[in-house]
Design a protein around this ligand. Sequence first.
Ligand code: ZN
Length: 357
Amino acid sequence: MSLLTSSTLKPRLMKTALNTLYYSRLYRFLERDWQGVGAIFTLHHISLPGAGAAFAPNRILDVTTDFLDDTLTLVREAGYDIVSLDEVRRRLRERDFSRRFVAFTLDDGYLNNYKLAWPIFRRHNAPFTIYVATALPDGNALLWWEILERVIAGQAEISATIDGRQQTWPTGDTTEKYAAWDAIYQQLRRMPEVEQRRTVADLAEACGIDTREHCIEQSMSWDIIRELASDDLVTIGAHTVNHYALAKLPEAALIDEVTRSRALIEEHTGVRPLHFSYPYGDPSSAAAREFRLIESLGFHTATTTRKAMLYPEHADHLTALPRISLNGDYQSNHYTRLFLTGAPFALSNRFRRLVVD
Ligand SMILES: [Zn+2]
């Protein structure tokens, strides 16, 4: 047995806690007050079922077609309406809470959203939103977290200059790979965005990975995005150009990232995006300044990755909406059922309904 590293330990502890909450039925004490009026789900990659690699630190960003299919069935059977983000906004503003509702969102603009997810949403006649970071269809995105995974997966040792310091990590086995991932990922997240991208680009080059080819393989083209946008079930939202953590940018650069991505999507699809999702979406990437600026730029809604249900109070915080991640670590219907009770988030948010700080 390998030692547990933080990338594997935390999900195991979390699963134990969630399973205790579910199988003890303790969630029933919280459900009535905390299930809220609805929820917005977050997805990234959709893939065909198959055996995963031992080292897969981005696994949380990937769910199978079967799980997506099951989730859509489960949500409908549980009596929820599956609605667009326009409809989420309308129901919150008009306080139309006669029926509970769920919206599905997919971040970044991956090709598998078109090939694998779109047919499933169509079969269920379920609306959904894809938030596109426009550097993906333009072929210029450095999907640095995926590149870092490929670098570590393929090497027995890696060296990188971080904060002006040359550092080396052994990456011979899965345990070492996860330890290196944890150390490097955290340091990269803290770096200024341009330096972060340069560091990963250097690593990729040293390992012979073509980052542009990787981006083109993973991303939807503009032709595909246009085709999707013509489907009444699909909303195309904005997600910046370069997927930078907006909180790290000066205001002018933030506004440029957001308005350029909106203009590009409008140019390619003929529809001006009204919905936005913050890259990363955690408090270090999007907070009060970002919520205010996105509102001032005229977006109707914006979503974070703060985990919570929707409550009536969110009508006054439409550019700071929480979401629930349907992620690769929790691909079982009982987790989805538990998430919809709101109980796990009542606990993790210490009984606050609004997590907008
Ligand atoms: Zn993203």
